[in-house]
Design a protein around this ligand. Structure first.
Ligand code: 5AD
Ligand code: SF4
Length: 441
C-alpha cells in the first residue's frame, strides 16, 4: 500500500491545495497516514513571514532522522518556499526529489508516480504558468468548502514576497469556478469561501469582462448555497458594486476580512498600499451603511521601517474606529527581493515586539467588547466538527455563525450535527470564541 502524509504551513490557499492533494492521491489508491509510516511526504510551504526556510528545513531534516534508516521516503516540497528556493531545496535532505511551485500543484499526483518508478530522478517545476493553473475538479465533503478564483498578486506592496512566489494575477475561468462550486455543493457543502490573494481584482487581467461582483452574484444564485464569503480583498479594489453586494446578496455573510496593515497614511504610502487612512475609514463607513451589522477583521503590521510612535498611535486609533472583532498582527520582517528590505530605517525588534503587544492588548479589548454585545443574542451556527476540548466538562460541537465567529455548543445527544445549521443563543464568551446553547435545529 502506498501511504502519504501532508504537512501544511501558511494560508487558506495552502490548506485548500493540501485538501485537493489528499483527494487526488486517495483517488489514485494512496492511503493517508502519519509521518512515521508514510512513504510519500508532502510539505506545503509558506514564505510570507520570517524564517520560513529554516522551519521547512528543520521539518525536512526531522523526516530524514525519523525515517531514513527504516525505509525509502520521497519528500516533495511544494508552495511558496519551493518557488522561492527552487533546487536549493534539494540541499535540505537526500529524500527531497521534487520541488514544486504553486502553479504546478495539479501535476503532483502524476509526477510523483513517475518519481516513485525512477528512484534516481529529481524534478523542479517552479515557473509561472501564463494562465490560471486549472486542475481536476475534486470536491471535499465538508460543510464549508474553499474555491480558488485567482492565483497571484500584482500589487507589489513593498514588504510582501507574494507577487514573487505566487506570480502575476491570473483569474480563473468563471465557468470553471461555478462548476467547482456546484461540485462542492453536490457533496454537501452549504458554505463556500472564494479564495485568492486579492479576490476583488478578479477579472481585471482577463479579456472577458467579468467582474468580482458579477462572480459573487452568479455564485449567490446557486441552488443549495446557504452562505458565501471571500478572502482576502484589497481595500483599493473594493468598488461600489462589491460594497453594495453586502446589502443585496442573499447568501453573502456579514463578515469581511479587510487587511488594513497600518492606520498611518505615511506608513501606508511607504508600504505601497494605494490608499490612505481616510480612504480606509470611508470604505468601512460605506460598507457599514450597506450592512450595519458587518463584522470586520483585519491584518496589521507593526514596526514597518520608519514607523514612529505617532504612526503606531494612528494604527491603534483606526483599530478603535473600525471596531474589528479580531485581527492578525505581525512584526514586520524583511523578505528577500522586496523593496522594503532595502529601506534603511529599520525598527529594532524590541520596539517591534512592544508595539505588537500594544496592538494585541487593544484587540483583546475590542474583541471582548464585541463578544459582550453578542451575549444573549440569537444566531445560527453551521457545525463544522467536534470541539477539540470539552467545555465545562461537556463535549461540544464547533462551527461558525454568519459573522464568522467561532461558536461552541454542547453535544447534548448522540446525533452527528456536522453540516447542520443550529439556532443558538449566545450564553458565554471566551477569548477567541463564543459559547451557545442550542435553541432549535
Ligand atoms: N512582514 C510582516 N508581515 C507581513 N505580511 C505580509 N508580508 C509581511 C512581512 N514582510 C502580513 C500582512 C498580510 C498577511 C498575510 O501577512 O499583514 O496581510
Ligand atoms: Fe502581498 Fe500586498 Fe499582494 Fe496582499 S496585496 S499579497 S500584501 S503584495
Amino acid at each position: 500500500m502506498k501511504t502519504y502524509h501532508i504537512c501544511t504551513f501558511g494560508c487558506q490557499m495552502n490548506v485548500n491545495d493540501s485538501q485537493w492533494l489528499c483527494r487526488a492521491l486517495d483517488r489514485r489508491g494512496y492511503e493517508a497516514s502519519d509521518l512515521a509510516t508514510s512513504s510519500l511526504i508532502l510539505v506545503n510551504t509558506c514564505s510570507v513571514r520570517e524564517k520560513p526556510e529554516q522551519k521547512v528545513r528543520q521539518y525536512v531534516e526531522r523526516i530524514f532522522w525519523e525515517t531514513s534508516k527504516k525505509r525509502s521516503v520521497l519528500v516533495v516540497i511544494l508552495g511558496c518556499v519551493a518557488k522561492q528556493l527552487g533546487e536549493r531545496c534539494f540541499s535540505f535532505s537526500p529524500q527531497v526529489r521534487f520541488v514544486c511551485g504553486p502553479d504546478h500543484i495539479g501535476e503532483i499526483p502524476d509526477r510523483v508516480a513517475e518519481l516513485l518508478d525512477e528512484p534516481e530522478k529529481k524534478l523542479v517545476l517552479t515557473d509561472d504558468t501564463a494562465r490560471y493553473p486549472e486542475r481536476e475538479i475534486l470536491g471535499v465533503e465538508a460543510p464549508q468548502s474553499y474555491v480558488t478564483i485567482m492565483q497571484g498578486c500584482d500589487k507589489f506592496c513593498t514588504y510582501c514576497i507574494v507577487p514573487y512566489t505566487r506570480g502575476r494575477e491570473r483569474s480563473r475561468d468563471p465557468l470553471a469556478i461555478l462548476q467547482d462550486c456546484r461540485a462542492k455543493l453536490a457533496l454537501g457543502a452549504s458554505e463556500i469561501v472564494l479564495l485568492g490573494q486579492n479576490v476583488n481584482a478578479y477579472g481585471k487581467d482577463s479579456p472577458i469582462p467579468f467582474t468580482f461582483a458579477e462572480l459573487l452574484e452568479r455564485v449567490d444564485a446557486l441552488d443549495g448555497l446557504q452562505r458565501l464569503r471571500y478572502t482576502s480583498p484589497h481595500p483599493k479594489d473594493m468598488d461600489a458594486r462589491d460594497i453594495e453586494a453586502f446589502g443585496r446578496l442573499r447568501t453573502l455573510c456579514p463578515s469581511l476580512h479587510l487587511p488594513m496593515q497600518s492606520g498611518s497614511s505615511t506608513v501606508l504610502r511607504r508600504m505601497g498600499r494605494g490608499y490612505s487612512r481616510k480612504d480606509y475609514e470611508k470604505l468601512v463607513a460605506e460598507l457599514k451603511s450597506n450592512r450595519p451589522d458587518l463584522c470586520l477583521t483585519t491584518d496589521i503590521i507593526v514596526g514597518f521601517p520608519g514607523e514612529t510612535e505617532a504612526d503606531l498611535e494612528e494604527t491603534l486609533s483606526l483599530m478603535e474606529a473600525c471596531r474589528f472583532s479580531a485581527s492578525y498582527s505581525f512584526c514586520y520582517s524583511d523578505r528577500p527581493g522586496t523593496k522594503a528590505s532595502t529601506f534603511t530605517d529599520k525598527i529594532p525588534s524590541s520596539v517591534q515586539h512592544e508595539r505588537l503587544l500594544r496592538v494585541q492588548e487593544l484587540q483583546d479589548k475590542l474583541t471582548d467588547a464585541y463578544f459582550t454585545k453578542r451575549l444573549g443574542t440569537e444566531t445560527t451556527v453551521l457545525i463544522e466538527h467536534k470541539s477539540k476540548r470539552p467545555h465545562n466538562g461537556i463535549a461540544s460541537w464547533e462551527g461558525r455563525d454568519p459573522y464568522g465567529v467561532r461558536i461552541h455548543i454542547p453535544a447534548t445527544d448522540s446525533q452527528n450535527w456536522i453540516g447542520h445549521l443550529v439556532s443558538t443563543t449566545i450564553v458565554e464568551k471566551g477569548k477567541h470564541c463564543l459559547f451557545g446553547s442550542p435553541s432549535r435545529t
